[in-house]
Design a protein around this ligand. Sequence first.
Ligand code: KIV
Ligand code: NA
Length: 259
Amino acid sequence: MVNIQQLKQWKQQGRPLVVLTAWDYAIAQLLDAAGVDIILVGDSLGMVTLGYETTLPVTLDEMLHHAKAVRRGVKQAFVVCDLPFLSYQESLQQAMHSAGRVLKETGAQAVKLEGGHPAIAQTVAYLTAAGIPVMGHVGLTPQSVHLLGYRQQGKTEAAAERILAEAIALEQAGVFALVLEHIPADLARKITQTLTIPTIGIGAGVDCDGQVLVTADLLGLSERQPPFAKVYANLRQMITQAVQDYSHDVRERQFPEGK
Ligand code: KIV
Ligand code: NA
């Protein structure tokens, strides 16, 4: 299985990290067999599979339910599970309880939490001290959508400075990797060069140590994709066609075949 030491080594060797999200057993099995390095049970599953408008309503119990299914499908990849909105911000104890449940109940190897505020860095240090690997996430942090919107972050010099400082603080607090979402490519490059832990970009240019996409976006399953996503297959179209073909065959008594 992929482990943390290997991830850091791959950064040093300049081997890009392939990261994708998963929300159930079938998707996880396919990604794992295809050789994805890190599988993230992202709270984007709230929008992708549960039909929520944002990631805010997602509960810890929902994340645990999906993470268990994902973990059962994985043999090789490193599995990370998002801590959902307000499952880690109340107190260090709450964060430990939530992260502990993820590791104990799902078999995921790490948690991810959003933001670079000093309180978040403190939480990272607290969890790491207990032996829980934590992935960070700065730039556009969807759990703060009501504060930030879905706009690109770090566009002004001051904002870029702040995100770089957050990245350094998170590395010092102990994150083993850092997601950089929707920030200018030159800022992501600077952060990547500054840190010794791997950066994983999404809408952050080609110079990050790895890339992540929401798998539903890559497969063309989402109703709409963010501007930085690339659609590698159009499953919405394929599924619609298959269902229409089946409906036609049933209505015309062409399925099942034979008498
Ligand atoms: O929830 C998610 O899918 C994520 C990735 C986009 C990094 O946090
Ligand atoms: Na997320």
